[in-house]
Ligand binder design. Sequence first.
Ligand SMILES: [Zn+2]
Ligand SMILES: [Zn+2]
Length: 374
Amino acid sequence: MPKKPLLEFTDRGIYCAKGKFYIDPWKPVDDAVITHAHADHAYVGHKHYLAHHLSREVLYYRLGEIQLQTVEYGETVMKNGVEITLFPAGHVIGSAQIRVVSQGEVWVVSGDYKTENDGVCTPFEPVACHHFISECTFGMPVYQWKPQAQLFDDMNNWWRYNLENNLATVVVGYSLGKAQRIIQNLDMLNGKIFTHGVIENTNEALRRNGVILNPTVRITAESVKEEVRKGIIIAPPSAVGSPWMRKFQPYSFGYCSGWMAIRGAKRRRAADRGFVLSDHADWNGLISAIDATGCEKVYLTHGYTASFTRYLNDIGFDAHEVHTLYGGEEEVVEAPLQPSPREREQEESEVQVSPTGGDLEGASLSEANEGGTI
Ligand SMILES: [Zn+2]
Ligand SMILES: [Zn+2]
């Protein structure tokens, strides 16, 4: 009888029968190891959680009073004789790849990751393994990121241009990850950074965790509109098209997302500027990361799994598509807005414009009712 693999894919999540724990399970379990605090990886309802210590305050903020053990990168925890070690995933602050080792068999679960050092979270580190479980959110050749310095130059110039033209500046990005990257890369000589409540709640959780971020000002009912218009406003996708955002008119509105690499994506969101900014690896990043593990087998969990798996097999990897429920917070929410390959062909003639507000509303259920009141 062939030996049972150390990790298996079940209807609750990735499971280690020997160690009796799950990794990023989407149904309630006794023992969960969590790669990062995004909603599609960190579900509520588990009895015990293990995560990186920089995920602690965001997990408490999002999931309430959970039983949580936190560790540093490189620190090993034993569960029923199985070794668990976290390594940086470079995705968002506190994100980790999980290495699981037993009797010489090594598996790595990437969670979500990016290979570019964003200067905000601990940079991605390739981890040698036999079996690598990878995401492939942007596993298509069209997704190639520019170095972020170039992108933030564009953003700061756009902000300056808006100031000179009496336009407020609104930048939309997800509350955990993109928001902090934006905040840390804005030119503070231009003005102050104002934040939507959803963004500021996450910033505060990170600051409680000891993370040092540039100063930000929470927008409240008391905020003076003309003051706010002189700065830059960071808002979550759920604020797009809302009365909250319209209060700052006239404004120029920039949308930050990997999907902006696709022609037409900006127009679909009625954005004035599309910034191709993602916390996921691009096409080359995915392939180099997978290659660097030296793995015998790679399993693709979410994103363009079918075509990316085929491509990897063509270039000599032993790749397998697996079914999971990952791809939520910044993936599924946006994915319906990306065109299918067929739609892309029709791009030129396409006239239909999708609504911009409602389809992004569910960005993070836990955050739907929070935030600024202005
Ligand atoms: Zn994520
Ligand atoms: Zn994800």
